[in-house]
Design a protein around this ligand. Structure first.
Ligand code: IPE
Ligand code: IPE
Ligand code: MG
Length: 246
């Protein structure tokens, strides 16, 4: 079994992003409703956050609810929102203890008002924390993010605040929900699906991808450590040759 202490402290991913997938199938395998899977998925979130703090990951981003997830049955959406509110209430203490700052990306104003209010409150209460930045992607879709960035930039061009010649990667970055986050280094997806599902398309341009055939509620310290050790053994060339990296 892999343990956190097995991880070498050099070459850690600065920004780890996770597509937490497979709650529904995990529950179905046990003859239970999907909701049971989500409830157990919350427990995994808690241990992953604590373990990332121990590993000293600086930025952890969790895909929690996508723009497409609004198409799910109302009862499931309601449960997910209720779980979000109750976990935020419960976790504030652990965020404080672990010096975690809560951040969100996505169109969070479309969340139910209780969830929106709770998020705002926890973000406000953790804003001075200097340890790990935990970002929850909520009502997040990469295409929606790019669409609103393009709109905002176009308005600035129209009003002569910037010229179209000024548009570069930095300007685009500054208009994304992730403007205060570095690029993703390692992206993990659980559940055996090999797709991105509209998550951080711009930000994963050079991320290392890691897919694991384990449903989210079963994703443990062992699997997290395995993913990070695997990342540490990869050569990230960013277009260069191996020889140029020495
Ligand atoms: C991930 O698990 C949680 C969310 C998308 C909110 P799923 O609910 O997608 O579980 P599966 O993929 O149907 O098993
Ligand atoms: C992606 O999972 C969204 C989250 C994990 C929040 P989905 O289960 O919604 O993705 P698809 O629909 O299978 O691609
Ligand atoms: Mg899924």
């Amino acid at each position: 079994m892999n343990k956190i202490d097995d991880i070498a402290d050099h070459n850690l991913p600065k920004h780890l992003a996770i597509i937490m997938d497979g709650n529904g199938r995990w529950a179905k395998q046990r003859g239970k409703h999907r909701v049971f899977g989500h409830e157990n998925g919350v427990k995994t979130v808690r241990t992953v956050v604590e373990n990332c703090v121990k590993i000293k990951i600086e930025y952890l981003t969790l895909y929690t609810f996508s723009t497409e997830n609004w198409k799910r049955p109302k009862i499931e959406i309601d449960t997910l929102m209720r779980l979000l509110v109750s976990s935020l209430k419960k976790e504030l203490k652990t965020f404080k203890k672990n010096n975690v700052r809560l951040n969100t990306i996505g169109s969070i104003s479309s969340l139910p008002s209780r969830a929106y209010k709770e998020l705002m409150e926890v973000m406000e209460k953790t804003k001075e924390n200097t340890g790990m930045t935990l970002t929850l992607a909520l009502s997040y879709g990469s295409r929606e993010e790019l669409q609103s960035a393009i709109k905002a930039i176009s308005i600035k061009v129209k009003n002569n605040i910037i010229s179209s010649d000024d548009i570069d990667e930095t300007i685009i970055n500054n208009h994304l929900y992730t403007h205060n986050l570095p690029d993703v280094d390692l992206l993990i997806r659980t559940s055996g699906e090999h797709r991105i599902s509209n998550f951080l398309l711009w930000q994963i341009a050079y991320a290392e991808l890691y897919f694991i055939d384990v449903f989210w509620p079963d994703f443990s310290e062992h699997h997290l450590v395995e993913a990070i050790k695997n990342y540490q053994n990869r050569e990230r060339r960013f277009g260069k040759t191996s020889e140029q990296l020495i």
